[in-house]
Write a protein of this length. Sequence first.
Length: 299
Amino acid sequence: MDIKQLRYFCVVAEEGQVTKAAKKLHMAQPPLSQQIKNIEKELGSELFEREGRSLVLTEPGRVLYKKAKKILQELEDTVLEVQETKQGIRGTLSIGSNKSCFSYLPEQLKRLRSLHPQIAYQLREGDTSFLAERVINRDIELALVRLPVDLEKFSILRLPSEPYVLVTPVEWPTFAPDIQRISMKELKELPLMLLHRISGTGQFELIVSECRNHGFEPQVICECPDASMLISLAAAGVGATIVPKSTLYGFPNEQIRVLELEDANIAAELGIIWNKDHYLTKSAQRLLELFKGAYPHTM
């Protein structure tokens, strides 16, 4: 059994059909089927069983798939590390970011490219659950996200926490013009639009829990994973939203009003995540070093 056969096996396992796998591998179906039969003959075990039109892994197949993926990833990391030893810091750095914490990123990307002009960037945007999946799938190498995330899967460079603020339409007569702070209990009657991940728990649950700690159930009229949409809705007069303070740096708008939450016992946590089991390119390592230098109390 060789590396090429392991790669063939993994693609068949992921596609669930030899036909689809052959198309993805740019090869004919018969030789691919023969390669799978050769592996099964060598191991003395059936690796797939048929369920309708799909192939699913047997128990031996699941064991081989887990080991094969690890071998292929380690080989890919080794090739990359060897190449970088000769080439130095260059190439394309793939990184993702939540919109609500993107304001932390531009300055460090500017500094990185100033130090290493041969670096290029590939940026992706999404909520934490989406970007975490992209990191696991190796579509991106680093992601700047709102926490929490699964600590078993990721390494994390935590950045300083920040307060949440209330964003309301400027036209609302609810608060006096000179008011700059508001208590949590005063949110009880407000129609709120909250950030909510596509999957998993995060800021939505944190804010709802804080409201309950202050003795009321929030009136949530909208849930959305995109901070810019919520701020735009607030500017249009639809309702109020609660976002991390730095979110507003990228969305200046004369149609909104920002109030501090004077008695909130919550803070927005953020950090840079990467896959624990994979080699980080030198450009990714250098970016992390810049963040550590800019925020010396990170961990």
